[in-house]
Structure formats: C-alpha cells, structure tokens
Design a protein around this ligand. Structure first.
Ligand SMILES: [Zn+2]
Length: 491
C-alpha cells in the first residue's frame, strides 16, 4: 500500500514521482483525494484510500442513491476492511449507524480512510441495472462513483488517482491531470453521480486534446468492432440535439459501451453507460443505434430544473418518453431508419402502452420507477408525441414540443421549478396553447391517450385489432396533417 505523507498544504497526501505533480497536490484549496488501486490478480476488488472531512454531523456516507438500487444493504453490502485514521495517524473508532452511514465521533478530519470494495453489483438483484452500478469484464471494469466512494463534507476539486494493472488506463468524465491516471472532479456530485471505466479499452476523444469535452470508451470485441458507428453516431446526434436545445450539452461527458452479457443503457450524471448483450448484427445494430441516440438525448433533458426528486419521478415519463420520441424523429430525419421501421416502432410502442396502461397513471408509475417500464417508456413516448401533436394542431402549426424542450434547457424553462403543473404552464407560455386537458386525463390520471386522433392528426392511420397494431400513412389525410408528418423528422 502506498504510504501517506504530510505536504505543504498541511493535509495528508501521497508522495508522487514528479515535481509537476507535487505542485498540483500542493494547491492551497482544501480538496478531498481518492486513490483507487486495482490489481490484475483480482479485477473485482478495488482498494480505495481517501482523505476527506466528515460531514458536520460527524459522519462518513456511503449511501447516495443506494436505497433506489434495490440492493439489500445498498453499497455497504460490498465493503470490507474499513479503516479510518485521524490527521495524526491515530485509529478512529467508526460506528455503523445504518447501512452506508458511519459515525466517527469527535474526529473532524482530515480523515484518512482505507477500504476494499468488492464488485458484485452485477451479481445481485438490482433495479437500475449493472450498467448504472458496476460491472467487470476480463479486460475492464466500470464503477459508478456512488457505488465506490465515501462522501464526507462538501468538497471541491477532488483529486482522483488510479493505480492499475499494466496496460490499463482510466477514462473518466473528470478534468484530466495525467492522462489515464489522474483526474480532478469538480465536487462531490461530479464524483459520485458519474462513473469511470478502467481497463484496456479503446478510447476516442471528440474535441480538443486529452481534456476533450466528449470521451468515448469501448470495451470488448463487439463494442470495439462498432467503434466507427458509435463515434459517428454520438458526434452526429450531439449536433442534432444541440440545434434542438439551442446549446451544446454541458460539461465533459463520458460514453462507455461494452460487451458485458446483457443489454442496457443509462445515464449517471455526465456518464452514459451502454452495455451490449450479444453479437451485433443486422437484428441488433438498430438497437445499438437507438440506445446510443436515446442516451445522448439525456445529456440535455436529465439536467432540466426539476423542482425536487418527487417532481422528477413524476416526470419520469417525460424524460424517458422525450428521449425515445426525439431519437425516432431524428433517426428518421437522418435517413438512418426507413419510414416502414418507424411505423413498426410506433405500432410497437402503442401495443406496449395499451398492455401496460389503464390502472396506474404515468405520474404514479414514475414513482415506482423501473417496475413500470412499458408504462413509462412506451407510455412516455406516446404522451410526448400526443403533447407535440396537440401543440401543433392547436397552434395551427406555429409551434411544437421542440420549443418547449429548448425553453427547458436554455430559455425561461431553465428558471422554472419543473413539475407537472409548471410543465403545463410552460407549454402554454411558450406556445400560446394549453394542453392541460391531455396532461390531466392521460398523464396525471390513468385515462387513455387519444391515440387514433393523434395519429390521424399526423396523416397516419392507426389500426388496433385483436393481437395486432398497425401504423401506416393515410392516403386520404388532409394537407395539414400530411404536412405535419412531412415536417415530423428532426434534422
Ligand atoms: Zn433513458
């Protein structure tokens, strides 16, 4: 284990080999530090040495989002050999008061913390999926910050260093100090809400230099085999969505795609994590493309100014729904999917929505999150579409949901405490029309979206038969409806 040494800042830190690095460590601002060691003999074991201050309540926390993980005992389930010492190197007695919450008595810090974390999150039942927690391959591991790092008092400019097996490097969304090895996370949120990959993965940087705004890491032969497709797709849709939202996605971001035995995708702060569950061929490549674009969209809509967690959960249908809705519109606009594929997907969304809806509202469904997948994802898709079409029809095609998205990201909507009620108000102030009736009936309450009418307003015909749903263009549609469909793809 690396030894700890006092430095000029009066805090404890580690000796490093170069003067340049030493001067970085001697910056006067108090900043937490973490060092992660992974050895080739056991890739699923991470040794963490950290230096941080406890919270004002005298606690060290390992519980961010743990309750939502569905994992019994949360992240604390995987910790071993926790040791805490004070600034004089004396052992501190730690009392576990509940899972993930540890009291350190009067010790005020800086505290030196050492522990082992066993990567087993992908081997137990969990709700978000291992793509959003942690996974391991023979040549790489992914850790979410929240599953690995203790949190103390709020900190800024957090130093994160890696000691990894030969040939490995770390790719993170944080500021690069030493490429592949050492980074600075802006604050506790940046550290805990993101993820990093360590391994022999392929790395691509979009933008300038090693501190590029977008970093792409691909692990495993299937993911690396599609590197051109993934890099090109991300590059293209970041532009498409920047035009939609009126501004580029904020901050540095990391996209990880890896073969890890299951299909999944999710966003953790500024990290997009995708997992490919099998061989990529004609039948699965469209799914990879779709997930890539959907997740890229979240880089904008995950940052909307939700009033609080409850409001965010109540709008979960919108964050997932608009991500998929705009993915389809933009893929159609890019000519990446033919119209027939769009019709099949629309029919599929309707079929899933019809099977999942009727009892629970989308707002209530969002509060129990991932257990109502089809209601939230397919229902959210169709609700987003219904709002868009209603805005177009009621504003005589002067406005669409696009203006609302733009407002939420870079307009007045950014200042809104976003919840379901303020969303309705914002739509009205942005577009001049009210869609409160739709929100009330079919989002806040379990009423069925006016699907047939909505497709008709787009110049399409929806047929719902026993066991089959079909979508096609309507040769008898009026010119307004036909023009709406022609203008529907996003480019
Ligand atoms: Zn999503």
């Amino acid at each position: 284990m690396t030894s700890f040494k006092p430095t000029c800042s009066g805090r404890i830190t580690r000796a490093v080999g170069t003067l340049a690095l030493l001067s970085l460590l001697c910056e006067p601002s108090p900043a937490d530090e973490y060092r992660v060691t992974i050895e080739s003999s056991d890739l699923r074991l991470a040794r963490v040495e950290a230096e941080l201050f406890p919270t004002t309540d005298g606690e060290l926390l390992l519980l961010r989002d743990a309750e939502d993980s569905g994992i019994e005992d949360g992240w604390a389930r995987f910790i071993h050999d926790l040791e805490v010492r004070d600034a004089d190197g004396e052992p501190v007695v730690v009392r576990s008061v509940e899972q993930g919450r540890y009291e350190v008595g009067d010790a005020r810090g800086p505290l030196e913390i050492r522990y082992l974390m066993r990567l087993g999150h992908d081997r137990v039942d969990n709700l978000p999926g291992a793509d959003e927690l942690a996974w391991a391959r023979p040549d790489a591991v992914l850790w979410s910050g929240r599953a690995l790092f203790f949190e103390g008092a709020p900190a800024k400019d957090i130093l994160v260093s890696f000691a990894l097996p030969d040939g490995w490097r770390a790719t993170t969304p944080w500021r690069v100090l030493v490429s592949g090895q050492q980074f600075r996370a802006d604050d506790n949120d940046a550290l805990l809400d993101s993820a990093f990959i360590a391994g022999e993965h392929f790395e691509a940087l979009l933008g300038e230099g090693s501190d590029a705004a977008v970093r792409i890491a691909l692990a495993g032969p299937e993911a690396i085999g599609q590197k051109d497709l993934i890099v090109d797709t991300v590059e293209r849709y970041l532009d498409v969505f920047a035009r939609l939202f009126g501004a580029p996605a904020e901050g540095r971001m990391l996209l990880v795609a890896a073969d890890a035995g299951f299909w999944g995708g999710g966003v953790m702060g500024s990290t997009i994590s995708m997992v490919l569950g099998g061989a990529l061929d004609a039948s699965t490549l469209p799914m990879l493309r779709f997930i890539t674009v959907h997740e890229a969209f979240h880089l904008w809509n995950a940052n909307f100014a939700y009033r609080d967690l409850e409001a965010q959960e109540g709008l979960y249908w919108m964050s997932e729904g608009t991500a998929s809705y705009y993915t389809m519109r933009s893929q159609l606009g890019a000519g990446e999917i033919p119209v027939e594929a769009a019709f099949r997907q629309l029919a599929d969304e309707v079929e899933k929505y019809l099977a999942a809806s009727g009892e629970l509202s989308m707002v209530a469904g969002g509060r129990t999150k991932l257990t109502n997948y089809d209601l939230i994802y397919s229902g959210g898709f169709l609700a987003s579409m219904a709002l868009d079409v209603a805005i177009r029809v009621r504003s005589e095609d002067r406005h669409s949901l696009d203006a609302v998205m733009r407002s939420l990201h870079s307009g007045p909507g950014r200042e809104t405490d976003l919840d379901l009620a303020s969303l309705g108000d914002l739509i009205e102030s942005t577009t001049g029309v009210s869609v409160d009736d739709l929100i009330d009936c079919c989002v806040e309450n379990p009423g069925q979206l006016p699907l047939v009418e909505m497709f008709g307003d787009l110049g399409l015909v929806l047929t719902i038969g026993t066991g089959s749903v079909g979508v096609d263009s309507d040769p008898d549609a009026g010119t307004d409806a036909t023009a709406r469909w022609t203008g529907w793809p996003l480019s």
